[in-house]
Design a protein around this ligand. Structure first.
Ligand code: NAD
Length: 304
């Protein structure tokens, strides 16, 4: 027997969640601030809840997917709704920070409900696909009990840990990596275009270069995990070699009048590390600068 689910929020993502649950045979009710957004879902078989309180009261599992945590709080914090939460599983799929997730977990659990905080690593069109990842942290018990339902939303669903903010932290970490790549792509296009290259040429070579870049990304994680910051025979490119190539980017920006805001920020990081350490170190040796602005303690003297 599939659990009754109530989805609070029928925006782009919430609607996709409701459609997926209905497709998978879950009895699903939906509530949205603007009732008209629930109508297409009602046509597919969703029950439209007259109020948040009604929707929550009739459900075993409540999925929240609204714009932000402030919106979510306005829905859950009313006395009537808060007192209806006891014994239910609350799955928060609204994007938020680790702090917000921790606070929400404390508040929900104090009302006698189980809490899972999720991060959706996909756009609405990917919800329900076998390859789609949703990250969860919080109650292991809720995760295990409702795993089939969670897998229905994305086959690549993963439990990150019991600390409620961890799914959100992993989401932010992964997006940080994405923004690095996206900003780098914008800067790279500016350089290519300034020298008369077609952006399709850039695109084609980006695809060819990607396996090399991906290998370097995983290498920097592995070396950091192992604290292998000094250059060694397995180092792919030393800090000095990176910096020597990087200076061409600064020169290209200057010569062609391109914005160099991002390269200048990167230059400061390179220069700080090189002034304190050695150009023979591995690229991973920059990591402590991102933790607390210092360099690793065990660094060799610059002349070594
Ligand atoms: P959307 O703008 O399409 O929908 C937002 C929903 O929030 C609407 O249903 C709206 O009625 C509701 N809402 C806003 N303010 C409210 C309030 N004060 N009280 C009650 N309801 C309120 O946005 P979306 O794309 O569906 O995103 C919803 C959540 O999912 C966000 O937290 C977003 O970050 C997250 N998310 C979205 C995507 C995506 O690709 N769209 C991907 C991952 C995560």
């Amino acid at each position: 027997m599939k659990s009754n689910v109530c989805v609070l929020g029928a925006g782009r993502m919430g609607s996709s969640i409701v459609r997926t649950l209905l497709d998978q045979g879950y009895p699903t009710s939906v509530w949205n601030r603007t009732a008209a957004k629930s109508e297409p879902l009602a046509a597919l078989g969703a029950k439209v809840a007259a109020s948040v309180e009604d929707g929550v009261g009739a459900a075993e599992v409540v999925i929240v997917n609204v714009l932000d945590y402030a919106a979510s709080k306005t829905l859950l914090r009313s006395d009537n709704v808060a007192s209806a939460l006891s014994g239910k599983a609350i799955i928060q799929l609204t994007s938020g920070s680790p702090r917000l997730a921790r606070e929400e977990a404390r508040w929900v659990e104090a009302r006698g409900a189980g809490y899972l905080d999720g991060a959706i690593m996909a756009t609405p069109d990917f919800v329900g696909k076998p390859e789609t990842t949703l990250l969860y942290s919080g109650s292991r018990e809720v995760y295990d009990r409702y795993k089939p339902l969670l897998l229905a939303l994305g086959g690549g669903t993963s439990y990150v840990g019991e600390v409620p903010g961890q799914a959100s932290a992993l989401d932010t970490a992964l997006l940080t990596q994405m923004w690095g790549g996206l900003f780098g792509t914008l800067q790279g296009m500016a350089v290519a275009e300034a020298e008369g290259l077609d952006l399709l040429t850039f695109r084609g070579h980006l695809a060819a270069f990607k396996p090399v870049v991906d290998a370097a990304l995983f290498d920097v994680v592995d070396r950091t995990k192992a604290h292998r910051f000094a250059g060694d025979e397995a180092t792919l490119a030393s800090l000095g070699a990176h910096y020597s190539a990087f200076r061409h980017l600064l020169e290209a920006c200057e010569e062609r009048g391109l914005s160099a805001a991002m390269p200048r920020a990167m230059d400061q990081i390179f220069q700080k590390a090189l002034s304190l350490g050695s150009g023979t170190d591995d690229f991973a040796s920059l990591f402590p600068l991102f933790q607390n602005g210092s360099v690793r303690q065990e660094r060799k003297p610059a002349h070594a």
